[in-house]
Structures are given as C-alpha cells and as structure tokens.
Ligand binder design. Structure first.
Ligand SMILES: C[S@@+](CC[C@H](N)C(=O)[O-])C[C@H]1O[C@@H](n2cnc3c(N)ncnc32)[C@H](O)[C@@H]1O
Length: 328
C-alpha cells in the first residue's frame, strides 16, 4: 500500500516539471521581441523558458519567487536565454508594488499560483504527505510560522475553518478536534504524525477511499502557512497596474477560492469604463479598462491531465489592458 502511494506521489511530482497549460499561456501573453515580461511565480522556470524565447535581446524577463530554490533555477535560465533577465526574491505582492515604484511597466504579467514540483519533490520541506519529514510547508523559509507552529498553536476553530474552506475537507471538525487533543499530549511535529492523526480522526471508510485521506488537510495548511489568498488579493491590482496599454495579464489558479478572486478581479476591470488619454471626454469615448481574453476559464484537456495529474484543477484566465482606443 505504502509503495503504491509512493509511486503515485512520485509520478505526480515528476509530472510537475511540465508547465501547466503552457501553450495557452504563451498564446494569450503573445510575447514579442522587445517586450518586458513579469513572471510572479518563476518556480523551476518552465513557463519562463517558453515565454522568454520570443523576447529577443532587447526583451526583459523579470522573475519573482519567494522560494530561494527558484533562484538556482533562475541562474541556469538566465544563462540559456538571449533576453535580459532579473530575479527578485520575495512575495509577489510586495515585489509588484516595488516594481511599480521603480517605474517599471510590463507588456505581460503571468502568475502560476500554488506549490511547485521543486517544493513537493523535496521531502524535507514538509509539503508532502507521502514521506515522513518535519512539518514545515513554508515556501519562503524565512517566514516566522511553519505548519507545525500552526498545528501547535492555532485555535481549533481556525484549524476547522481552514480545513473546510481551503481544503474542502468533509471531516474538518473531527480532524481539528483530534489535532487539538493530540497536541496537548505529545505534540505534532512531523508530516507522519499529522497523517496518523488525520487517519485516526476520519471514519474508517475514508481511509480507504480514492485519494490520500491527508491530501485536503495538507493543502489547507499550506495555503494558511503561506497566506496564499491574502497574497493574491494584494497582488492583482499592482499586477494590472504594471501593464502598458495593450499589456496582458494571465493567471493560473488551482483552487476555487483563488479562481473566484481572479474571475471577479478581471470582470471588474472589464466592466470599469475609462477615458483614454488625449481623447476629449464625451459619452461615446469611454472604453473598458480591459478586454477579456478568456470568455471562460481555460482548463487542460485529457491529454495534459493524463500526463500531468496536478494540472487537473488548473484554471487559466487572462485580460488585456486598454484593448483599443476608439478613433472617433
Ligand atoms: C506552480 S509553481 C510555478 C511553476 C512555474 N510556472 C514553472 O513553470 O516552473 C509556483 C511558484 O510560485 C511561488 N510562489 C507562490 N506564491 C508566491 C508568492 N506569494 N510570492 C512569490 N512566489 C510565490 C512558489 O514558491 C513556486 O515556486
């Protein structure tokens, strides 16, 4: 049983190396020679390599990631591509605001949210329920609070809410109660101890249902540890503000709570009317602040989900800023 799970996990982890919805991302961002591209979630550089190919020597690829391991992937990427490159370590919410302050403007901004293969593939980072390791889950090891800290100190109500909302875990209440009981006795400091507690909390049939019984709780803790939804909320506005006229913003989300935020943000930009610079203000000169490039979210086809099971929950949405200035 254990070896089957490990094999399943390895195949999922290995398939992560393929960037999700890569062709659609490149088509929607349509990178051209000389463009400035901001990649908010560089990871192992899978999307970056496909996007940067079109930029030429005058183009600029600005990569952001809060995980120091991404910086190592970036060094290899920078050596291989012809465009100019820059890496900025940090939370994309802060870095995008910094870029705006610097006066940088981009022709394309991309976000591929969530966790990466390099993080799941490193058992010592504590993202995986498949191997026993310290319960960490921090994308940025400099963050003050790890998953073990949350499990040790968060109020039971918060644990339950995270498991329910971020993990869509049916047994959120039972699991939160069991964690609070166990932490008072022996503590929960490893992924293995967390898996044991979850297995003990859920009804017996749930331990044998398809999918690992700890999957949803691990996802929920990861989202909480890394304040993923708060970062997204703070990042969408500066990401859009960075765009030049005609610039494109593409976001891949993996959770309905992320996708809902992205969808609402983009819809509001499309509905908001502005008056283009240099055009006298008249009723018929107002244009939408953005044009929707994806009328509904793009999802991977069965070929991609077979090759890369993680892509199953991916949703890609994109907008273009200031589509056209009316000539009349
Ligand atoms: C799904 S992976 C990106 C994979 C990448 N597109 C590729 O093709 O290799 C997400 C990456 O974003 C980073 N990340 C997630 N949230 C972040 C945030 N708020 N600020 C900066 N980086 C973040 C993670 O550390 C991870 O490396």
């Amino acid at each position: 049983m254990q070896s089957v799970l490990l094999a399943e996990w390895r195949s999922v982890a290995e398939s992560h190396h393929e960037p999700v919805l890569a062709e659609d991302v490149v088509r929607l961002l349509s990178p051209r020679a000389g463009d400035v591209v901001v990649d908010c979630t560089f990871g192992a550089g899978g999307h970056a390599r496909r996007i940067a190919g079109g930029l030429g020597p005058d183009g600029m690829y600005i990569a952001i990631d809060r995980d120091p391991v991404a910086a190592e992937h970036f060094r290899r990427f920078a050596d291989d591509v012809v465009c100019q490159t820059r890496f900025i370590a940090g939370n994309f919410a802060d870095v995008l605001a910094q870029l705006l302050d610097e006066g940088i403007r981009a022709d394309a901004v991309v976000m591929d949210l969530g966790v990466s293969s390099m993080q799941i593939d490193a058992p010592e980072r504590g993202f995986s329920y498949a191997t026993d390791a310290p319960l960490d889950m921090r994308m940025d090891p400099g963050l003050a609070t790890s998953a073990a800290d949350l499990v040790a100190h968060a109020p039971e109500d918060d644990l339950r809410r995270w498991f329910r909302d971020y993990g869509e875990e049916r047994y959120a209440g039972r699991i939160a109660r069991e964690l609070v009981r166990r932490r008072a006795e022996a503590g929960i400091e490893t992924t293995g101890e967390l898996v044991d507690a979850i297995r003990a909390a859920v009804p017996a049939p749930a331990n044998f249902a398809s999918g690992h019984p700890a999957k949803r709780v691990f996802q929920a803790l990861r989202i909480a540890v890394n304040s993923e939804l708060e970062s997204l909320d703070s990042a969408l506005t500066p990401a859009f503000e960075l765009l030049n006229d005609g610039g494109r913003l593409a976001v891949i989300s993996f959770h309905s709570l992320e996708d809902r935020r992205v969808k609402r943000f983009m819809r509001d930009r499309v509905r908001r009317e502005i008056y283009p610079a240099g055009v006298p203000v008249r009723g018929d000169t107002a244009i939408s602040e953005a044009e929707q490039l994806t009328s509904r979210a793009i999802q991977p086809g069965s070929e991609e989900t077979d090759r890369n099971p993680r892509s199953r929950s991916a949703r890609l949405r994109a907008v273009r800023r200031h589509p056209e200035t009316p000539t009349s």
